[in-house]
Design a protein. Structure first.
Length: 204
């Protein structure tokens, strides 16, 4: 039986895309912004500083993404940070297609709720071109990672690349896909003001 995860792509094109087309006022459904890829990055700074083996980071990212990560190396030496040219500085993996949709569904419905004291994600993580980056402090919030099998917990950065041309369209796309954004500051302030007025605590 197909799971909800494997149906996210179908759900997007069948239900979410037509709704976004109407909301954004675009000419046809193919003009609606879509997911392009997801890039997951882990910096190796703390591992290198402590001269620790970072193979567990590779294993962790492989389990989380379902494919083999790539080790990124310094293109040039940076003396201030004691980094030599060609030295490993990070681990990255890029996922697309069905695996990407599966990852997004897992991120929204399983991973985010497992974050300690989770209160939503900031809408300020957009880059000006409709792409969104969120940092996750502990890799153990992913169900594939067993805390008892790793020596050091590490954080990671997830970048969702979209075909949106601006942040507003990117926001609406990810919101439709279930991303639990916190209320935007202006909207929250207006809401609080309305509540104070209705409670008789602030003059209109």
């Amino acid at each position: 039986m197909a799971t909800k995860q494997t149906k996210l792509k179908e759900h997007f094109f069948k239900d979410l895309a037509p709704a976004l087309k109407k909301e954004l006022g675009v000419g046809n459904v193919w003009a609606v912004p879509r997911l392009s890829k997801v890039v997951i990055n882990v910096g190796l700074g703390s591992f290198l500083a402590g001269k620790k083996d970072y193979s567990q980071v590779i294993d962790s990212l492989a389990s989380i993404s379902g494919q083999k990560p790539v080790v990124t190396k310094a293109r040039q030496a940076i003396s201030n940070f004691k980094i030599k040219q060609g030295q490993p500085i990070g681990i990255t993996v890029t996922i697309r297609g069905k695996r990407m949709y599966d990852f997004i569904q897992k991120l929204v419905n399983i991973t985010f709720p497992r974050v300690r004291d989770f209160r939503g994600i900031s809408p300020g993580g957009f880059d000006g071109n409709g792409n969104y980056t969120v940092g996750i402090k502990e890799n153990t919030v992913f169900p594939e990672v067993n805390p008892d099998s790793i020596e050091k917990i590490h954080g990671l950065e997830v970048t969702v690349v979209t075909t949106a041309k601006d942040d507003e369209k990117g926001y609406k796309l990810l919101k439709a896909l279930g991303f639990p954004f916190q209320e935007k500051k202006e909207k929250k302030e207006k809401k609080e003001k309305r509540e104070k007025i209705s409670a008789g605590k602030e003059p209109q």
